[in-house]
Design a protein around this ligand. Structure first.
Ligand code: DGL
Length: 279
């Protein structure tokens, strides 16, 4: 197939968090075309039900398919935890048997065992990701000897979505959740930032962590895992177009998106608006 046809790689998140993943993907694979899709009008997903997250995610994935994407990365742990498996197993065979949707949880769990020396790890995530138990379940398959403690941080995504990162309110909520996780297990030496929004809060998270604890952000992990996936799947690699173009779409205000996304992505962002059925 011609590499000139428009077949970008889709990168999806409920809002701005997936930009932390896109940034690393573009660093590793600059030659490909990308569409970033933030469902900001319906963010946060983290406190929504399984059914709602599944329906929202499927609707966004179908949109990305209709825009030419053959491969979509759910750069969102909540969507990966609550929607990915159903989309892969139930929907894809019917709606798009040759297209692929990948998540962020599995590649993250693959690396966590290499970091922890105490074999005690922690996970910060949204209510949806934490109550799904996706991390403990996936980690136990690869590293059954690891003890996993989790902490849901429902206020952290709104702090990013409303750009309240540098406020005293952010300090309060971050310190509360950090202390709470460490009170569950004081031997934790490695913590997964199990939400793609959280790297945007990393300075404050580090401020309240004792020294010697490694924080694992997903951007680079997911980017390397995508490099590996494309190497192992030349049939997909050849279908992705390569003109180095990136387009941004949001379901909410483009002015707000452009301001925040330019800050988070580190380059000027000019988005387009997308109206979905249920927004
Ligand atoms: N970035 C999403 C994640 O990784 C945030 C989910 C939300 O919208 O609450 O889980």
């Amino acid at each position: 197939m011609s590499t000139l046809s428009n077949k970008p790689i889709g990168v999806f998140d409920s809002g701005y968090g997936g930009l932390t993943v896109l940034k690393e993907i573009v660093n590793h694979l600059p030659e490909y075309d990308y569409i970033y899709f933030g469902d900001n009008a319906r963010a946060p997903y983290g406190s929504r039900s399984f059914e709602t997250v599944y329906h929202y995610t499927l609707e966004c994935v179908e949109h990305l398919f209709s825009m030419g994407c053959e491969l979509v990365i759910l750069a969102c742990n909540t969507a990966s935890a609550k929607a990915l498996r159903t989309i892969q197993q139930k929907d894809l065979p019917i709606i798009a048997p040759n297209k692929r949707v990948l998540g962020v949880i599995r590649p993250t769990t693959e690396v966590v065992g290499k970091h922890s020396k105490t074999r005690h790890v922690g996970v910060f995530g949204t209510i949806g990701t934490i109550t799904s138990d996706s991390y403990p379940i996936e980690i136990s398959k690869l590293y059954p000897q690891l003890k996993v403690s989790q902490e849901a941080c429902p206020m952290w995504v709104p702090l990013v979505e409303y750009n309240e990162i540098n406020t005293l309110g952010a300090d309060y909520f971050i310190k509360t959740n950090v202390d709470s996780l460490l009170s569950k297990d004081s031997n934790i030496d490695t913590i997964i930032l199990g939400c793609t929004h959280y790297p945007l809060l990393i300075n404050k998270i580090q401020k309240y962590l004792p020294e010697g604890i490694t924080l694992i952000s997903q951007g680079e992990i997911v980017a390397k895992s995508l490099v590996d996936y494309l190497n192992r799947h030349p049939e997909m690699e050849q279908r992705c177009s390569k003109q180095g173009k990136i387009e941004f779409y949001t379901t909410d205000s483009i002015d707000n998106f452009d301001k925040a996304a330019t800050l988070f992505f580190g380059k000027e962002v000019k988005s387009k608006h997308l109206l979905l059925k249920h927004t």
